[in-house]
Design a protein around this ligand. Structure first.
Ligand code: SAH
Ligand code: DHB
Ligand code: MG
Length: 223
């Protein structure tokens, strides 16, 4: 077995043991694929990690930036109480529609709401509504704007809220300080912000698995 085959085999083992799917999750992936969406959702063990983080946090409210077909949204929304609320932001109308259907089929349409448009436009509109602070924010959209999304997350959270940022390693590309790639620069700017902001305390953890070599950044919002 090649190294990446080993990573995938271990992920399959962990997924079967600890993050088993069900019809809601399977159907979401099936319909996303049928609609031609790219296969870039979090893995099952990663989805379960998001779910557990939300539970450990006792989250009642979650904000997600970057919905795709709603696979990570389902893992997160299932961590919320019946009267909880999840808002997820998606740029592409077709993806937002696929996600809304997937959430409805999973019985989560009362809890989870998909908002369509560029997040840098839908975030200020959301802020204008003065929502109760979000307990957890999952940032997983266009990586070029990652620092802007962390700034928005700070505006929309409270002391003790958790911010999770996906795809901070990208096969090691994060190391390339001189990269001309906007996604690398966006993620590096977000990590700089987490490292230097007086209201943030964070870390980053590398992962291997079906999604290759990548990782998450995690931050806690301070008073
Ligand atoms: N969180 C999903 C995967 C999201 S993929 C999961 O793990 O299941 C990233 C998504 O962000 C894509 O669907 C893409 O269309 C969306 N996106 C890209 N730029 C965006 C923007 N400016 N505003 C909102 N969403 C954006
Ligand atoms: C891509 C985006 C993601 O959010 C991810 O988890 C993996 C890949 C991408 O745009 O290639
Ligand atoms: Mg991602």
């Amino acid at each position: 077995m090649s190294q990446s085959e080993q990573w995938e085999a271990v992920d399959a083992y962990f997924a079967a043991q600890l993050a088993p799917d069900d019809e809601g999750l399977r159907a979401a992936l099936r319909d996303s694929e049928a609609a031609g969406l790219p296969e870039i959702a979090v893995s099952a063990p990663q989805g379960k990690l998001l779910h557990l983080l939300a539970r450990i946090q006792g989250a009642r409210t979650v904000l997600e930036i970057g919905t795709l077909g709603g696979y990570s949204t389902i893992w997160l929304a299932r961590a919320l109480p019946e009267d909880g609320r999840l808002v997820t932001l998606e740029y592409e109308p077709q993806r937002a529609e696929v996600a809304a259907r997937n959430l409805a089929r999973a019985g989560l349409d009362k809890v989870a709401e998909v908002r369509t448009g560029p997040a840098l436009e839908t975030l200020p509109r959301l802020a204008d509504e003065n929502p109760p602070p979000f307990d957890l924010v999952f940032i997983d959209a266009d990586k070029a704007n990652n620092a802007h999304y962390v700034e928005w997350a700070l505006k929309l959270t409270r002391a003790g809220s958790v911010i999770v940022l996906d795809n901070v390693v990208r096969g090691g590309r994060v190391l390339d300080a001189d990269s001309g790639a906007p996604d690398v620069q966006g993620t590096r700017a977000a990590l700089d912000l987490i490292a230097s902001h007086p209201r943030l305390d964070g870390t980053a953890v590398q992962t291997v698995g079906v999604k290759g070599w990548d990782g998450f950044a995690l931050a806690r919002v301070l008073a």
